[in-house]
Design a protein around this ligand. Structure first.
Ligand code: PEP
Ligand code: MN
Length: 358
């Protein structure tokens, strides 16, 4: 793929997309545009058609908002983007001269919708931003990007807005940073924007999420801003004022670079990395040896007709290693999932041995 990015920025400058969750009035949009003028946002965002999880909530103001965008653009040097969920939305937006579009999380999950949108975009090279699907499926996200790209669009960015879950979490949507990291590994040219509002769900988490995004070399952030967040018709809990964005997020964000020419730093890092590589090599070699031992156990169990899973032994391993984890300042969650992964691999080795002919 030859991707160009949905936002044209000089190297090393971060992009900023801000604006309300939903367009509510021309005045609301104008206030945000005026208040954020000095921040020079790359796009003003505002939802026109809102995918609400349950009925009875504000569904978006609809088409009329697009004429507000056009009106505001007559007097201000800004670009607008909005969410589209079907071909009709695309057609209306293109007619109204929108600057960029995004595909929402509830649309990326459905290849039929994404294909419909891709088909409606044939022959129009407009910047498209694609949010991750609500479920943690890398391939749906990648597939949506491919469908849009195949329709002739190369101005593409991905928006990471976190993933749905059932139960309690500090954040509204779980970030699962490994998924955007893997997407970026597969498509290194892909612009990656963090929608810090939909991940956080509350103003107090916006800075920490934005900082992680910067530390992971994201290309920018999307933030929901509203002149009076408590009166917002949608997502009022997570929207912030432009003042809050300036004073509590942007002024506190530390920006870092991916590389440096500093020789002494580079030498130090190289030395530490060699040690790390050696340890990684040793870990894998040891795991190989461990699996051979598991196979020996498998052979013994087979000849004595003993089952693979021994609950007491498994419990004893967990308890013992969690103690060792603590002594080594490793988190319980990490060590637990590590032993679990080793145990599953070990079971597979034993099972292969026990169910083979010899
Ligand atoms: C939004 O950006 O307001 C929105 C509905 O986002 P998502 O598709 O990420 O839920
Ligand atoms: Mn929203």
């Amino acid at each position: 793929m030859n991707l160009k990015g949905a936002i044209s920025k000089p190297n090393n400058t971060k992009s900023l997309i801000l604006g309300p969750c939903s367009a509510e009035s021309q005045q609301q949009l104008e206030t945000i545009v005026k208040q954020s003028e000095d921040l020079k946002p790359d796009y003003i965002r505002a939802g026109v058609w809102k995918p609400r999880t349950r009925p009875g909530h504000f569904q978006g103001i609809g088409e009329v908002a697009l004429s507000w965008f056009e009106e505001i653009k007559r007097n201000h040097k800004v670009k607008f983007c909005t969410e589209v969920a079907n071909a009709e939305h695309v057609e209306i937006c293109l007619k109204a001269g929108i600057d960029a579009l995004w595909i929402g999380a509830r649309t990326t999950v459905n290849p039929f919708y994404v294909q419909e949108i891709a088909d409606s975009l044939k022959g129009v090279n407009i910047p498209i931003m694609i949010k991750n699907p609500i479920n943690p499926d890398l391939y749906l996200w990648l597939g949506a990007i491919e469908r849009i790209y195949n329709s002739g669009i190369n101005q593409i960015a991905a928006i990471h807005r976190g993933f749905s879950f059932y139960g309690n979490s500090v954040y509204r949507n779980i970030p699962r940073w490994n998924i955007p990291i893997e997407l970026k590994r597969r498509l290194p040219q892909l612009q990656m924007i963090a929608d810090i509002s939909h991940i956080s769900g509350a103003p107090e988490h916006l800075l920490e999420i934005a900082q992680i995004a910067m530390d992971l070399n994201y290309d920018g952030i999307m933030v929901e801003t509203h002149p009076e967040p408590s009166k917002a018709l949608s997502d009022s809990d997570q929207q912030v004022t432009i003042d809050f964005l300036k004073n509590n997020i942007l002024s506190k964000l530390v920006q870092r670079q991916v590389q440096t020419d500093d020789q002494s730093y580079n030498l130090k890092i190289e030395k530490i990395r060699t040690e790390i590589d050696n340890i990684d090599q040793e870990i894998i070699n040891l795991l190989g040896q461990r699996m051979l031992l598991a196979e020996n156990i498998g052979a013994e169990k087979k000849s004595n007709n003993i089952s693979i899973l021994q609950p007491d032994r498994w419990n004893e391993i967990i308890q013992r290693l969690l103690k060792v984890a603590k002594e080594n300042q490793l988190s319980e969650e990490f060590v637990f999932s590590l032993i679990e992964a080793i145990h599953i691999e070990s079971i597979q080795h034993q099972s292969r041995k026990m169910n083979s002919e010899n």
